[in-house]
Design a protein around this ligand. Structure first.
Ligand SMILES: *Cc1c(COP(=O)(O)O)cnc(C)c1O
Length: 226
């Protein structure tokens, strides 16, 4: 696996307004440092313990994104340093992030995860729930979180039309909420980021309006789970 070459190719092929999150889950510090040496500074992990260990042992100018499902009882471990949480899928979780952010005297940036896939195994809000959430007083009281965008994962399928349709749906919701977020005075809700697209579908995602892609295996190679 030539990490440097893979990264350079991907970076050359994506527009400038699209942010690349290098998904380093299961990969060694050595592999991450190789990516770091080519200039990559944003890395994504999906397990709290792994994320925390890597944060502690790797350069401090890395921006760490939590991209996986996050349990409320583990927020405290990443609250001191995490720079973006992609998968916020409940108000309960958001409240916990707010509490831990306050303890660390920080404001933590979050993306709301939206359920766009056909499978019901994937976490996330639907459109109605998101709108209810952001209009609720309880949400507006949270001062130590900032919702900066949305995140979604398409159905795992070869059917391009299906994937495209799901990304389009997410982009439509993003645009709708963007209107709300620019009309309002809410400092907790300022949308700029649409996180969609992984190794298999990031080109499609960018065509459909993604501004942040989360790419693992195309950079670091296939993952081995034991
Ligand atoms: C693992 C993971 C990715 C990256 O997947 P690849 O197919 O290896 O690019 C992206 N997003 C999330 C939420 C993930 O868990």
């Amino acid at each position: 696996m030539n990490i440097t070459k893979n990264l350079q190719q991907i970076k050359a092929s994506i527009p400038e307004h699209v942010t690349l999150v290098a998904v380093s889950k299961t990969k060694s510090n050595e592999a991450i440092l190789e990516a770091y040496q080519t200039g990559q500074r944003i890395f994504g992990e999906n397990k709290v313990q792994e994320l925390t260990e890597k944060y502690e042992s790797l350069p401090k100018d890395i921006e760490w994104h939590m991209i996986g499902h996050l349990q409320s009882n583990k927020v405290k471990y990443i609250a001191p340093f995490v720079s973006l949480i992609h998968g916020v899928d409940s108000f309960k979780l958001l409240k916990e992030i707010n509490k831990r952010a306050a303890q660390n005297e920080r404001v933590i940036n979050c993306l709301l995860q939206i359920h766009i896939a056909e499978e019901d195994t994937k976490f996330g809000f639907d459109e109605k729930e998101v709108i209810e959430l952001i209009k609720s007083e309880a949400f507006q009281d949270l001062k130590n979180i900032k919702i900066v965008g949305l995140m979604g994962m398409a159905t795992f399928t070869d059917d391009e039309n299906q994937i495209r349709k799901e990304f389009k749906g997410l982009k439509n919701l993003f645009d709708k909420l963007l209107t709300l977020s620019t009309q309002g005075t809410l400092s907790t809700f300022k949308l700029s980021t649409l996180s969609m697209g992984m190794s298999g579908d990031y080109q499609l995602a960018i065509e459909e309006g993604s501004t942040m892609i989360r790419v693992g295996s195309s950079i670091f190679g296939e993952r081995n789970y034991h």
